[in-house]
Design a protein around this ligand. Structure first.
Ligand SMILES: Cc1cc2nc3c(=O)[nH]c(=O)nc-3n(C[C@H](O)[C@H](O)[C@H](O)COP(=O)(O)OP(=O)(O)OC[C@H]3O[C@@H](n4cnc5c(N)ncnc54)[C@H](O)[C@@H]3O)c2cc1C
Length: 407
């Protein structure tokens, strides 16, 4: 597909900017629309493992920048309910071979794609009307425009998916756990410098860590059937407060930050399962298509998926063939990662005291040298479970094509 296409990407987090970078380099006219009023910071740490992730980040030209932003995270101590240390988890467990904060990753991809893509913040697609030669897109604020292709990279609550495929409930599988992350000040006596602690009582986990000098909290709790509006942050902050109101250990000292932190993030731990990721000229990428849940390498899937989608668009005779090939290549990979992510909530916040003890025993076993090597091999194997074609995509931005003024 050599001709220059006018392409709309919805969502400017990880998948959106990663794809914008490739499509812009290929000379397409790329617009990224993001609902948030400005670039979104925040989120916990994300990690990359193995040859496939490394190759894609290297071809994008961001690997060295990301290495410079590595959190350098050390060990994490596992605590019992009273705060007593039970064991120390090695850095490689949680942090892979490259760990950065979500905010640093998103900013790196955004900045790398800026020369070849146009970003519009504070807007969203409102309607999509496809005809034989394109898709007419009405926006909530901006003027109606026509595009050759539309990519939904707008996350687990994707508007693009709702408009093109139907309501979210049809595709979202809630696991029964929720996750929240926010900046906080960890108690000084914990001595968290590039390290973390993880506390549990039945059904609740609180992780506190210090990454690059900044303290942050990650909370995971069991809340089956919890209903909430994913855009109502005030209610989400209240949900966190309610669920941890009677928690012990150091929780009372960090809980107030859930009410005030500007980078507060909250969601259910859910997966998106669809039997197809494209319809006509609309295609989904990243969490919008296949959210794997934490532990399912969603960030790896997002950048690998962006590379494969751009590569198939560059080498297939038409978009329909490209979308079919993208899906064929990505499906087995996504299935493996979703399998890994499915048990994340249960493992991080076991529901009963007995299950917490069983989980702690599993951690203890995994810390043993032989088991540790096996575990690390297993996670790398899942991260590498795709054959990456070379595609020959341009590895540098070409300043003469696809350069747009910022709107
Ligand atoms: C601020 C933030 C913090 C996060 N923190 C964590 C975390 O701590 N732990 C965790 O497991 N996962 C977190 N995630 C999710 C994680 O980033 C994704 O699971 C993964 O990186 C896949 O990325 P994605 O780009 O497919 O989707 P996402 O990262 O979810 O990005 C989707 C993007 O689309 C935007 N968007 C949504 N609706 C619209 C619309 N209608 N129009 C335009 N844009 C829209 C969103 O604002 C967002 O920028 C976070 C996401 C964000 C945005």
């Amino acid at each position: 597909m050599n001709a220059t296409k006018k392409i709309l990407i919805s969502g400017a987090s990880i998948a959106g900017p990663a794809l914008a970078l490739w499509l812009g380099r290929c000379g397409h006219d790329v617009t990224v629309v993001e609902r948030a009023a400005a670039f979104r910071e925040g989120g916990g740490a994300v990690d990359y493992r193995g040859r496939v992730h490394r190759t894609v980040l290297e071809r994008m030209g961001v690997l060295e920048t990301l290495r410079g932003l590595d959190t350098g995270m050390g060990e994490q101590a596992l605590l019992d309910e009273s705060g007593r240390e039970l064991l120390r988890l090695p850095a490689s467990f949680m942090s892979g071979e490259l760990e950065v904060t979500r905010g640093d990753l998103a900013r790196t991809l955004y900045e790398a794609s800026l020369p070849v893509a146009r970003y519009v913040f504070g807007d969203s697609v409102r309607t999509l009307t496809e005809h034989a030669d394109g898709v007419v897109v009405e926006f909530e604020h901006g003027p109606t425009q026509e595009f050759d292709l539309v990519v939904g990279a707008d996350g687990i609550h994707s508007t693009t998916r709702r408009l093109a495929f139907g309501p979210e409930e049809r595709f979202r599988r809630d696991t029964g756990w929720c996750v929240a992350t926010f900046s906080t000040t960890a108690p000084a006596h914990l001595g968290l410098r590039n390290s973390g602690v993880m506390w549990n009582d039945p059904g609740r986990m609180v992780g506190l860590s210090n990454l690059l000098g900044e303290d942050g909290a990650m909370l995971v709790f069991h809340a089956p059937g919890l209903e909430f509006d994913h855009r109502d942050t005030a209610r989400q902050r209240a949900i966190v407060r309610e669920h941890y109101a009677d928690a012990g250990w150091e929780v009372p000292s960090v809980l107030p930050s859930a009410a005030t932190a500007s980078d507060f993030y909250f969601d259910s731990i859910s997966q998106i399962v669809m039997d197809r990721w494209s319809r006509g000229r609309v295609v989904l990428l990243g969490d919008a298509a296949w959210a794997p849940a934490p532990g399912g390498m969603g960030n790896g899937l997002a950048v690998v998926g962006a590379y494969v989608l751009a590569g198939e668009l560059a080498t297939a005779p038409d978009h329909a063939t490209a979308f079919a090939r993208y899906e064929e290549r990505m499906r087995p990979y996504v299935a493996k990662c979703q399998k890994q992510g499915a048990g994340a909530g249960r493992f991080l916040a076991p529901v009963t005291g007995k299950q917490v003890k069983q989980r702690n025993r599993a951690y203890r076993m995994l810390c043993h040298r032989t088991m540790r090597a096996l575990f690390e091999r297993m996670t790398v194997k899942a991260a590498e479970a795709i054959e990456l074609p070379a595609y020959g995509l341009p590895t540098l931005n070409r300043p003469t094509v696809g350069v747009f003024p910022q709107s």
